[in-house]
Write a protein that binds this ligand. Structure first.
Ligand SMILES: Cc1ncc(COP(=O)(O)O)c(C=O)c1O
Length: 390
């Protein structure tokens, strides 16, 4: 049987999701949105689990999990012996920080504007182990990718042991030149944990070529899988020191064995990942990425023009999200950002994140295949109107 062709990208695809009618949903980035077909695949796994739980957990799940890991690994340009499932990027980052063999006096390098949960985990690990955190400034606006490499080079000292580097910056929406940054760290003997929370699905990924020691990515954002599906990739030589945060039945039996069982939980978000990969393949990954990029760059350009503000970097550093400063000169707080977000939702039914970056308010827009240009049109005026009322 041949599958019926999908409608063109845009609102015609919205029925493939359960998104509520009557809103402008410009925030795929925070939590993703899972298509109905992927949720159905997850439900089929749940039904199987509950039909005979003992058979499922003892006989079926171990194989099914590795089969799912193989599908994901192939999609990400790697092999499944280097990839395990975790609930989310936060868990993966904590896992590496917890396992790392810290010595007092070591330095841990983090980029400015790292995701706050990641920055907290870094601070927590540093305080526990007598490690110093060095922050890499991100000059805004960035003239080009090279500027970030220079900034990183200036922060790496002989005491630096681990750098935590974003692949796609959450507040700034910028795609960082990860291969160059990893190369720089390697030359200085610094190991790299890459936070690719937004990358799977949004970017064409080849994990082997990036060359990090550890890489984590969320599947529940841009790869369309159910919430609570992420992976932790570890280079072969970076696996031995790694243990899950919850030590369980298979301690000492190898990387995949330890992570595949960390206690009883619902594994169906992970088991549904092959259905999510299949969904993206049915859209055509390259065509989808191209659509999302053009949509978001077009909308970001027009918002920046209307607001007479500037994007934080050249367009070639954007993928499917863009962050734009609002036309506002006041010193602002996170509370202001939250109020503006709530007003945009309550009065205009626009769901868009508002951020406070260096005391200024910014919005971050996402472009997904179910969005089209009209979705962004109201935002320019609505944001200005609600800013005035803050
Ligand atoms: C760059 C970055 N890292 C980590 C995370 C955390 O993701 P999760 O909440 O799925 O752990 C996010 C979430 O948006 C993020 O943007």
């Amino acid at each position: 049987m041949t599958a019926s062709p999908l409608p063109p990208f845009g609102h015609g695809l919205r029925p493939l999701w359960g998104l509520e009618e009557g809103m402008r949903f410009l925030n795929h980035g925070s939590y993703g949105a899972t298509p109905k077909s992927v949720l159905a695949a997850q439900q089929a796994w749940r039904d199987r689990m509950e039909a005979q739980p003992v058979r499922f957990f003892s006989a079926e799940m171990p194989h099914a999990l590795r089969a799912a890991a193989r599908v994901l690994a192939e999609f990400l340009g790697t092999s499944d012996d280097k990839l395990v499932f975790v609930d989310n990027a936060t868990t993966a980052v904590n896992t590496v920080l917890h396992s790392f063999p810290w010595q007092p006096g070591d330095e841990l390098v983090l980029l400015r504007h790292a995701y706050p949960a990641v920055a907290n985990a870094v601070r927590f690990a540093a305080e526990r182990h007598g490690v110093t955190v060095r922050t890499v400034p991100v000059p805004l606006p960035l003239a080009d990718e090279g500027q970030l490499a220079e900034s990183l080079a200036a922060v790496l000292t002989p005491r630096a042991r681990l750098a935590v580097i974003d692949h796609v910056s959450s507040p700034l929406s910028l795609v960082y030149p990860v291969k160059a940054l990893v190369k720089l760290c390697r030359e200085r003997g610094v190991r790299v944990l890459m936070d690719g929370a937004h990358a799977p699905g949004m970017l064409p990924l080849d994990l082997e070529k990036i060359g990090a020691d550890w890489y984590t990515g969320n599947c529940h954002k841009w790869l369309y899988s159910p919430k609570g599906s992420a992976f932790l990739w570890a280079a072969s030589e970076a696996q031995e020191l790694l243990h899950p945060l919850a030590i369980s039945l298979h301690l000492g039996e190898g990387f995949a064995a330890e992570f595949d069982w960390t206690g009883t939980k619902d594994p169906t978000p992970w088991l549904a990942v092959p259905a999510a990969v299949e969904f993206l393949r049915s859209l055509g990954p390259e065509a989808a990425r191209d659509y999302m990029h053009r949509l978001v760059v077009g909308a970001a350009d027009s918002l920046a023009r209307e607001w007479e503000t500037a994007l934080p970097a050249p367009e070639n550093m954007l993928a499917a999200m863009a962050s734009i400063p609002l036309p506002d000169t006041q010193e602002r707080t996170l509370a202001d950002a939250r109020r503006l977000h709530d007003r945009l939702w309550q009065h205009h039914r626009i769901e868009v994140p508002v951020q406070c970056i260096d005391n200024r308010l910014w919005v971050r827009i996402s472009g997904q295949v179910y969005n089209q240009a009209e979705d962004y049109e109201l935002l320019a005026d609505a944001a200005v109107e609600e800013l005035r009322r803050l």
